[in-house]
Design a protein around this ligand. Structure first.
Ligand code: IPE
Ligand code: IPE
Ligand code: MG
Length: 251
């Protein structure tokens, strides 16, 4: 991975919300909104490639979204399958590494097989890391990390007193990426909805009323401009930041 460039996030994390309302406003079924939302994903990927953003994590489906009406969940699964069939070659050609985080075992064998194939096909790519959070929940992520560390302790390979932030950080999702610098949520709600709870500790948050299918480069640029003007203090004072103290303390 290249080094940080001032004002440009290395890692962008996005809650793509508002597909259903986008369709409802047009008196169309919600699934039409999800379809339009899939197009907006490409807008976002193009933007990251153009701006040299290194990692993009997209919240596509939460652990809680399984509770939606069967018809909507079924339509979303079909959309995933189609997107995996349609998009991976092009992503590969453009140097995008694709990965999935979340409870993969909850998906059908057909979807799991395509997820694995997409990861294998794009493994060597380094231009952009695209992480799709699917059946992902931040609490579940933290619980699985605790479970992994407990197993290490039970096996005698780790002492309880060695369980610290670094050890947890190695076990949660996205451990090999810098933590998200900028979080964007569309759809007007100001909440995290069980997205990356551990990883967002010092992420800059940016919200817009815009519904996800309407996402465009100009809106993404507004978020980046806003981000570029923020002072990330990581708990320190402005004066310390001015003297470069974060070099040793930022995650
Ligand atoms: C986000 O859009 C996509 C998923 C959660 C799968 P929604 O479907 O949540 O859209 P709204 O929030 O109901 O408008
Ligand atoms: C968050 O959106 C999950 C995704 C975008 C995949 P939701 O629509 O599920 O969130 P809530 O229910 O409004 O918090
Ligand atoms: Mg929603």
């Amino acid at each position: 991975m290249s080094t940080a460039r001032p004002g440009i996030p290395r890692h962008l994390a996005v809650i793509m919300d508002g597909n259903g309302r986008w369709a409802e406003r047009r008196r169309r079924p919600r699934v039409i909104g999800h379809r339009a939302g899939a197009r907006a994903v490409n807008v976002c990927i193009d933007f990251c490639l153009e701006r040299g953003i290194e990692a993009l994590t997209l919240f596509a489906f939460s652990s809680e979204n399984w509770g939606r009406p069967e018809e909507e969940v079924g339509a979303l699964m079909k959309l995933f399958l189609n997107a995996l069939d349609r998009e991976v070659d092009e992503l590969d050609r453009r140097g995008v590494r694709v990965r999935f985080i979340g409870e993969r075992e909850r998906f059908s064998p057909a979807i799991r097989q395509r997820m694995e194939a997409a990861e294998a096909q794009t493994r060597a790519n380094a231009r952009l890391s695209l992480v799709i959070a699917a059946s992902y929940g931040g609490r579940q992520d933290i619980a699985q990390a605790a479970r992994a560390l407990a197993a290490e302790v039970a096996a005698g390979r780790l002492r309880p007193e060695d369980i610290d932030e670094a050890a947890m950080g190695r076990c949660v999702a996205l451990a090999d990426l810098p933590p998200p610098d900028l979080f964007i949520r569309t759809g007007g709600d100001h909440r995290v909805s069980n997205f990356l709870l551990w990883q967002l500790a010092y992420t800059e948050l940016w919200f817009t009323e815009l519904l996800w299918p309407d996402m465009d480069a100009a809106t993404l640029q507004r978020a980046l401009d806003d981000y570029a003007g923020r002072e990330r203090r990581f708990g320190l004072t402005s004066a310390q930041i001015a003297h470069g103290a974060t070099e040793n303390t930022s995650a």
